[in-house]
Write a new protein. Structure first.
Length: 113
């Protein structure tokens, strides 16, 4: 029971730190979040818990394919000035694109990985 709690606390601390830092140094916070910190932690946690290298490799391949697709979330924010819509509409549009990206990810994993 201690191991799951440690994973949750470590992950929460990283997210909370980046959120706090986003007000003071948004560029640095963005860079930290863009790092594959969660991927690094999740891969290490998964392998140490299950000791299954094959599953970890498939997990890593899934991450590699998902990263570009996950960037779809930010497309509406890049177009914010042109779209001239509010934050929540941008956020909702990003979520909708992210859902499309998920289905593309499922297809890619089935056909390419």
């Amino acid at each position: 029971m201690l191991w799951p709690a440690a994973k949750i606390i470590l992950s929460a601390c990283i997210i909370a730190f980046a959120s706090w830092l986003s007000h003071k140094k948004p560029e640095l916070a963005g860079f930290i979040i863009a790092l594959p910190l969660m991927s690094l932690l999740a891969l290490a946690f998964s392998y140490s818990e299950f000791k299954d290298a094959e599953s970890s490799v498939r997990f890593a391949k899934s991450i590699v394919m998902a990263v570009p697709l996950s960037l779809l979330f930010f497309v509406p924010f890049l177009l914010a000035q042109r779209l001239n819509i509010g934050f929540w509409a941008l956020y909702g549009s990003g979520i909708a694109l992210l859902i499309c990206g998920y289905f593309a990810h499922v297809w890619l994993m089935k056909h390419l990985a």
